[in-house]
Design a protein around this ligand. Structure first.
Ligand code: ATP
Ligand code: MG
Length: 286
């Protein structure tokens, strides 16, 4: 697939669409003293998160990094309302999150597509579930699929796509909801390096045009620095916030900025924090 070529031929309107999707307003997220303890079969508990507090401003792009098992997915599931924390609260625009709501959308670590539905129907599925499917939704879904290099695969079933292609369809399923808060759990983990870079820059473009608050989990330190306003570095289990770094690179961002001293300093600092404690299973790409 050639994402750059797809974008180069796109019209100036977002995603080359005739009709723009409903635009969401961004929402602030407040994570207050959240802890999560999982009961396990053998009777011992796993403390996944310990007293995590984080204020995310409306429209902010936050990247979460930390060793495998430090509770990043757990935190996203709590913010999404899929999991009630054992202690603490999450507030969305001042209201407590108790269950999944229309204001948030999640791109999961694994694509979790419906095996019996076509790729197009998988992307449209959240709108169908919420009763917000519109006549122009299919055109928007097709535009999103084209954007991620899946043009021509709309009528295929998930089993007919590679893992990376399925993940890209999962990203479209998150984006089509145009949520106030977009939660992305290692969305680019299954993509090749070049597509990953393209997708990162494309995500920034969509984010700048359709304001939303983004919480983005990644194992790539440089990706976190390139995309985020702030990078939240978590410590190994039980997950706590070790440090929050402001990324002061101007926007719009470009890949070249990773060479700038501010970016290099941020990358160095994040590495220091993460590698200072190697108890966790460290699994990072550069
Ligand atoms: N449903 C569950 N039941 C029991 N333990 C769980 C459950 N989900 C997660 N855990 C445990 O909680 C801890 C945090 O898991 P989580 O998936 O949030 O980590 P993560 O930071 O997303 O890791 P990775 O980078 O590998 O995706 C791990 O020790 C994991 O084994
Ligand atoms: Mg995870």
């Amino acid at each position: 697939m050639n994402l750059s070529a797809t974008l180069a031929t796109a019209s100036p309107t977002p995603l080359g669409m005739e009709a723009a999707p409903p635009s969401a307003a961004a929402a602030g997220v407040s994570v207050r003293n959240v802890s999560q303890r999982y009961a396990t079969r053998d009777g011992s508990d796993t403390v996944a998160l310990s007293d995590v507090s984080l204020e995310v401003r409306k429209g902010e792009f936050i990247a979460l990094v930390g060793a495998s098992g430090c509770g990043k997915s757990t935190l996203l599931r709590i913010v999404c309302g899929l999991l009630r924390p054992t202690a603490g609260d999450v507030m969305l625009n001042g209201a407590a999150v108790r269950e999944p709501c229309d204001d948030t959308a999640m791109v999961f670590q694994a694509p979790t597509l419906l095996p019996w539905a076509t790729i197009l129907d998988n992307v449209l599925f959240p709108l169908r579930m919420r009763g917000t499917l519109k006549p122009e939704s299919a055109a928007y879904a097709r535009a999103l699929l084209k954007l991620v290099g899946l043009e021509g695969f709309e009528g295929k079933f998930p089993r007919e796509l590679s893992g990376g292609m399925q993940q890209r369809a999962g990203i479209c399923r998150g984006l089509i909801q145009d949520p106030d808060v977009l939660l992305m759990d290692e969305p680019f983990g299954a993509l090749d390096a070049l597509t990953r870079e393209d997708m990162g820059m494309e995500l920034l473009r969509i984010w700048s045009e359709q304001p939303k608050t983004v919480l983005f989990v990644t194992h790539s330190i440089s990706e976190a620095v390139l995309l985020a306003d702030r990078v939240v570095v978590m410590s190994p289990r039980p997950g706590r916030i070790a440090e929050i770094l402001d990324i002061v690179l101007p926007r719009p961002r470009s890949l070249d900025q990773l060479g700038e001293p501010a970016a290099q300093a941020a990358i160095r600092r994040i590495r220091e924090i993460i590698y200072a404690d190697r108890k966790g299973h460290v699994q990072f790409v550069e």
